[in-house]
Design a protein around this ligand. Structure first.
Ligand code: 3PG
Length: 306
């Protein structure tokens, strides 16, 4: 019998697990559920004889992939697949996929929610500011960026975007002003919302020089990955600019130091929350399960990333 493992240290909503299991039941597969596991050895043991795996931000390292003797496919139920060792997957003849777009609205809503939270001084009772009329820069105009743009326009914000991989005409068609460089985007916008992936080109790229270009009363919103931030640069900016705010869905390594020194100028969610909605879990979970069945039954490799 074909076996599929759902390995989620941060579990899906119950309704999503039910839907995923439904897809595998229909295909005649056995579903194994490993949630809230305490140690990577639990993941390594569970993966040993399964044919397919669904993960979230769980780390599919070389060690995990080498231990998975029957594994044919691993699907990251979500957008970013920086948590999968793609080289090890390929070396083990394992197809790796993501489920692009399925949780984008949830992440975009969180980015907007965090922007309001910070603009209103973290609801501490003192006077904040409004979003209307402010300029927001969307750094990478993919699925999440597009949703952020749509919602921000509803708030009466001026929306700008920079994405070297999207044609300017396509961005402008959405009523968003496309700019030619990250430097230009940061120079114009009071708010920057990050939607770049974490890869060898982007890690540490959001640095001191870039952040110092932002105009007065600047807020950096990070619902992407902590690795894209140059933390030394960020610390320097916060130290030099009392009008700079950093709000992130992923706490940086220096979170305690930032909270101690800058308190209300920073906010970090306790756990990555962007995709933590029932809708996003169901969408991404069903997509992942369906992709596994389609690959194992028909060889469909749509959304393969390795
Ligand atoms: C993604 O890349 O899709 C998001 O960061 C969601 O991650 P999560 O599944 O761990 O919530």
């Amino acid at each position: 019998m074909t076996k599929v493992l759902i390995a989620t240290e941060k579990p899906f909503a119950k309704a999503a697990v039910k839907e995923i299991k439904g897809v595998f039941d229909k295909a005649g597969y056995e579903t194994i559920l490993l949630e809230k596991y305490a140690d990577k050895s639990d993941f390594i043991n569970a993966v040993k004889d399964v044919d397919g795996v669904i993960i979230r931000s769980d780390k599919a390292t070389k060690e995990v992939l080498d231990a998975a003797d029957n594994l044919k496919i691993i699907v990251r139920a979500g957008a970013g697949y920086d948590n999968i060792d793609l080289e090890a997957a390929t070396a083990n003849n394992v197809v790796a996929m993501n489920t692009p777009g399925q949780n984008s609205n949830a992440v975009a809503e969180l980015a907007i929610g965090m922007m309001i939270y910070q603009a209103r001084k973290q609801f501490n009772g003192t006077a904040g500011t409004e979003l209307k009329g402010k300029k927001i820069g969307i750094h990478a105009y993919g699925n999440v960026g597009k949703y952020v743009a749509t919602i921000a326009k509803g708030f009466g914000m001026e929306v700008y975007a920079f994405d070297p991989f999207v044609k300017k005409a396509a961005i402008e068609a959405d009523g968003v002003k496309a700019v030619d460089s990250a430097e230009e985007l940061y120079s114009i916008c009071n708010y920057i919302s990050l939607h770049i992936p974490a890869n060898e080109h982007t890690k540490g790229s959001i640095n001191y020089d870039l952040l110092m270009k932002m105009p007065t009363n600047a807020t950096l919103l990070n619902t992407a990955r902590k690795e894209v931030i140059c933390e030394e640069g960020l610390k320097k900016v916060l130290a030099e600019r009392a009008d700079f705010y950093y709000v992130s869905d992923i706490a940086p390594d220096c979170a305690a130091e930032l909270k101690e020194n800058y308190d209300i100028r920073c906010y970090f969610t306790p756990k990555k929350m962007g995709a933590q909605t029932a809708e996003a879990n169901i969408n991404a979970g069903i997509a992942a399960a369906t992709q596994i069945v389609n690959f194992l039954e028909k060889g469909d490799k749509t959304f393969q990333v390795n």
